[in-house]
Design a binder for this molecule. Structure first.
Ligand code: PLP
Length: 294
């Protein structure tokens, strides 16, 4: 059984190496207040984060998550995290995780207004039970994301490829999906291309070819999608990146939303149009995603 756990990190410069980082960690009571009221992560959502799936105490794909945290930090002009220090913090958190599924979150915040800056912490907690969406699937609706495919390059200050703490829009999209009778959403660019879900990547199958929207800076490059692509390639499938017009969605032979904690959820309908579900392949994908991955 995973106990809730929280570890504050005193962030070191990215190039500072040590044998042991224990004296840069402070374990705090996960149920007690720990942040200053001046925290810019809570005041402005000004920070970046990662959610790592943990299965039976094994934290999945730690390096890709740490690399994406560093990428997000660079995009946000935050100090680049010290990979070895954060890796040790993740190990400490994983030690607290029991036999089931858990989630480890990494947070790097701009810090406290007028200092100190930045602040950083890691938490561990039990994961929700995602058996039903993995097996029975999810209904999704498409929602306009409000920018075109060129926006990330034209306006880098929108931080579109960074996993920032400003997820209010993503959560609002999920509420809108629920209002429309669906479980989840797929964002579309204003020029009519498929992007991603509010908290997951989209993979479509057309015959024996798998495709996901090209990560051109406007969406996150999903660690789970990358892992699924390795697995599909090992099974001899072709899996690639493309610009996908929204009109292609309902012609897919199968589709999934994939993410680190829910893993592969097959899509049963898009905007009310039923989609075929490949139950055997979905079970295979989730079995793979639940196996230890580095
Ligand atoms: N896209 C967005 C916007 C997300 O928030 C997430 C995960 O939280 C993903 C994609 C999937 O990323 P990953 O597979 O690394 O969890």
């Amino acid at each position: 059984m995973t106990r809730r756990f929280a570890l504050m990190i005193d962030p070191l410069a990215s190039d500072e190496t040590r044998e042991d980082y224990a004296d840069t960690f402070t374990q705090v009571d996960a149920a007690a207040p720990a942040l200053s009221v001046g925290e810019l992560s809570t005041q402005r959502g000004d920070g970046v984060f990662e959610s790592i799936g943990v299965v039976g105490g094994h934290a999945q794909e730690v390096v890709p998550h740490l690399e994406r945290l560093a990428h997000s930090a660079r995009l946000c002009d935050l100090p680049v995290p010290n990979q070895a220090q954060w890796r040790q913090a993740v190990e400490r958190a994983a030690e607290q995780c029991g036999s089931g599924e858990s989630v480890i979150k990494l947070i790097l915040s701009r810090g406290v207004e007028h200092g100190p800056t930045p602040t950083a912490w890691v938490t561990a907690a039990p994961a929700a039970d995602f058996t039903a969406p993995r097996r029975d699937g999810i209904r999704v609706v498409t929602l306009d994301r409000g920018y075109d495919l060129g926006a990330a390059e034209r306006a880098p200050w929108l931080l579109l490829g960074a996993k920032t703490l400003s997820y209010a829009v993503n959560m609002a999209a999920l509420r809108e999906a629920h209002r429309r009778g669906a479980d989840d959403a797929i964002f579309l660019s204003s020029d009519g291309f498929v992007l991603e879900a509010p908290t997951a990547s989209l993979i479509l199958r057309f015959g024996d070819r798998f495709v996901t929207p090209a990560p051109n800076g406007g969406i996150l490059h999903g660690t789970t999608q990358l892992s699924v692509y390795d697995h599909l390639a090992a099974r001899g499938f072709e899996a690639g990146y493309d610009r996908i017009p929204a009109s292609d969605l309902t012609g897919a032979d199968a589709a999934w939303l994939v993410s680190s904690v829910r893993l592969a959820a097959p899509i049963t309908a898009i905007d009310g149009v039923e989609l075929p579900v490949d139950a055997a392949l979905t079970a295979d994908l989730n079995e793979y995603l639940l196996s230890p991955r580095d």
